[in-house]
Design a protein around this ligand. Structure first.
Ligand SMILES: Cc1cc2nc3c(=O)[nH]c(=O)nc-3n(C[C@H](O)[C@H](O)[C@H](O)COP(=O)(O)OP(=O)(O)OC[C@H]3O[C@@H](n4cnc5c(N)ncnc54)[C@H](O)[C@@H]3O)c2cc1C
Ligand code: SF4
Length: 488
């Protein structure tokens, strides 16, 4: 695979970023494309390691050494076939995946790993540019009807696989446009929305019907939907936001991250009629929560023209090195610094927000924190302890709560009598993705809880296989890691 001596000859390279002062002026993606020669050299670094652990690092089981080799040899169309055989939407993962495959790359044991994600993005972009990605309409229709609830990456992957198996698929989405968190959570500077629209055009051409602005459970009862269709896939995401129930949480200026991000994504899309504008312009902004959502709030705040942006994380600062108790090839909890962090945010760790402070008009003017430590108790989860005498007051006019999601909404589960777990995720086993109600399946964040795009696509594909098998008695759809080579 690749060039036998490639890893000795070439250093790892990924796309560079446009300078901060330029990129914060707009919402466009800011990576600088690499010349083909450099991409081929990167493919050449894949070193015929024998057992490609990257396969198991990737939740889709992507056939990574195979597409690396094709890129090294300049066989881009072959690379695109291999990539699409396990991944419906590499343009999403090639931009947004945290790349657990790279943490499992054998070269990564003592060198920089192969730049798999960047290669993936360039394969799919080349394929779109060359016109190789076209609608794959099924030769035969089965006459079976499947409803998919939710149009995030899980719903879209399930829909495409089921449509390719010949079923008539209708996707129900309560937002005005499909895409889920890809469209209304993740900002354009990480992935411009035309990337989603380009793929949706292919899905529509393949025969999938999208019904937007329909909230299943409100506009249509879930049990009615279940009666009208032969099978239902629930992929509504984990949408319940974690709150911060402290004094002052209702002040004007304390805002849930998703309200801030979804409004801005709509604004960039041309929407103007908001009941209340949420802007970071000229404000001292504090983003509470150190994950992806927090990072997206930081980048968006800079693009609004915030005066300053600080980021609080309650956990201690991780090391940049792989911790000893999380050995290769596992995913390590190490310090990750996003492009948004690098735009000028100050990061604070082991810090807890105790109360918000308001002025006489009910507007946020600051907050109070304390430093914390995590005490290890044998056999129990670490316990949080405030360090005495560390209280500190901070000035801020906008506090963005990026504290994650606690589970999925219950209305559909209640209407269908579905079992859920203690976090309100819909119970469906990884063996068949079917809930306790026959013919009703669940996939993505609504089943596994808040997770990643690559997992959502993987679950959508796996669920589709089991829906197809349920409807037809058997399925020819590929399972995880089983390439289905002819399809793009
Ligand atoms: C701000 C943010 C940034 C992120 N960044 C990254 C990243 O960089 N990389 C990464 O891998 N992951 C990222 N994630 C996580 C990733 O976006 C999710 O794991 C993924 O989108 C889950 O996909 P899904 O299809 O299960 O659900 P979602 O994407 O949440 O889609 C669910 C869809 O279902 C719809 N829906 C819900 N209920 C109903 C109903 N009753 N009727 C009709 N429609 C309904 C919703 O409107 C939504 O469109 C991020 C998450 C957030 C919030
Ligand atoms: S989808 Fe993510 S984990 Fe899989 S190969 Fe691509 S970057 Fe790696």
């Amino acid at each position: 695979m690749g060039k036998i001596t490639g890893f000795l000859e070439f250093d790892r390279k990924v796309e560079a970023y446009a300078p901060v002062e330029e990129r914060v002026k707009n919402y466009k993606e800011f990576t600088i494309p690499m010349p083909e020669k450099e991409l081929k050299d990167q493919g050449a670094r894949c070193m015929d390691c024998g057992i490609p652990f990257c396969h198991s690092g990737c939740p889709l089981g992507n056939l990574i050494p195979d597409f690396n080799d094709a890129v090294y040899r300049g066989k881009w169309e072959k690379a695109a076939h291999i990539l699409h055989s396990t991944n419906n939407f590499p343009e999403f993962t090639g931009r947004l995946c945290p790349a657990p495959c790279e943490e499992a790359c054998v070269l990564g044991i003592n060198e920089d790993p192969v730049s798999i994600e960047n290669i993936e993005k360039n394969i799919v972009e080349t394929a779109f540019e060359k016109g190789w990605i076209t609608a794959q309409t099924p030769a035969v229709r089965t006459g079976k009807k499947v409803a998919v609830v939710g149009s995030g990456p899980a719903g879209l992957a399930a829909a495409q696989q089921l449509n390719r198996a010949g079923h008539l698929v209708t996707v129900f989405e309560r937002d005005e446009k499909p895409g889920g968190l890809l469209r209304y959570g993740i900002p354009d500077f990480k992935m411009e929305k035309h990337v989603i629209d380009r793929r949706l055009n292919v899905l529509e051409e393949e025969g999938i019907t999208f019904k937007c602005g329909i909230h299943v459970g409100k506009d249509i009862r879930a049990d009615e939907l279940n009666n009208d269709f032969d099978a239902v896939v629930l992929s509504g995401g984990a949408t319940i936001r974690r709150k911060l129930p402290i004094k002052g949480a209702d002040l004007n200026g304390v805002v849930q991250a998703m309200d801030f991000l979804s409004q801005n994504n709509r604004r960039v899309d041309g929407v103007t009629n908001f009941k209340k504008e949420i802007k970071a312009t000229d404000k001292d902004v504090i983003v509470i929560g150190g994950g992806d959502t927090g990072s997206d709030c930081i980048g968006t705040s800079f693009r609004h023209g915030a005066k300053s942006v600080s980021n609080f994380e309650i956990m201690p600062m991780a090391t940049t090195e792989r911790p000893e108790n999380q050995p290769w090839p596992f995913w390590p909890m190490r310090l990750r610094t996003s492009s948004s962090h690098k735009e000028g945010a100050e990061r604070f760790f082991s810090i807890s927000t105790k109360r918000f402070l308001g002025d006489e008009k009910g507007n946020l003017k600051g907050l109070v924190t304390a430093e914390v430590e995590w005490i290890k108790v044998p056999g129990q989860r670490p316990q949080l302890k405030e360090i005495e005498g560390t209280e500190k007051e901070w000035k801020c006019e906008l506090a963005l709560l990026a504290l994650g999601f606690t589970g999925s909404e219950m209305s559909i589960a209640e209407q269908l009598g579905l079992e859920t777990d203690s976090r309100t995720n819909i119970k469906a086993s990884e063996n068949d993705y079917m809930t306790n109600v026959p013919g009703v399946f669940a996939a993505g964040d609504q089943r596994r809880g808040q997770s990643l795009i690559v997992w959502a696509i993987s679950e959508g594909r796996q669920a589709a296989y089991h829906v197809d098998k349920y409807l037809m008695g058997e399925s020819l759809l590929p399972l995880k890691g089983e390439g289905d080579l002819p399809r793009i």
